[in-house]
Design a protein. Sequence first.
Lengths: 115, 113
Amino acid sequence: AQSVSQHNHHVILSEAASLELGCNYSYGGTVNLFWYVQYPGQHLQLLLKYFSGDPLVKGIKGFEAEFIKSKFSFNLRKPSVQWSDTAEYFCAVSSSNFGNEKLTFGTGTRLTIIP
Amino acid sequence: KAGVTQTPRYLIKTRGQQVTLSCSPISGHRSVSWYQQTPGQGLQFLFEYFSETQRNKGNFPGRFSGRQFSNSRSEMNVSTLELGDSALYLCASSLSSGRNTIYFGEGSWLTVV
């Protein structure tokens, strides 16, 4: 069975600080990896995704993530955060086998940016 | 293009009642999934439909059911509501190509009293 771990439950940073949110997954096959963001009162939005190829993927709003297969990790990074990045961030994994659309989510990391 | 649309957005039901939630996927998307989001359990997969057939199912009791119509629109139903069913129910759609991006709707907020 798939599982996703996000070890940081609540992160508080000042504006302009660098961000790294950890994500580790457990799955025996080939996976697709995602980071979603949920701003206060809004729906889940896709930040970035990894299917294959270059393990460093860039997403919207200056976010990037690196897939390290040997560590089963897909950490999210941003060099300089803004107050508007305050949100909840979810790492998710799905099987890359056709016909398996199930996303397994981590428990989420609440990010608070202090102006 | 229009995103995933869910109705109703907010509803309040009494214990023991049943509820039906509706979801219209992005045009052209044939896979529709449902998730339950609660503060305690996070985001949990309920089920997924493709071409009117349930293809994947999560670990929820039989009170939770769904269906998909020929136009890919989907409904989920929860019967005999319990207080613990209070949650945000999210619908998601995708092309179902194996390497797919799954897009979420705004959700239906269900409160059971």
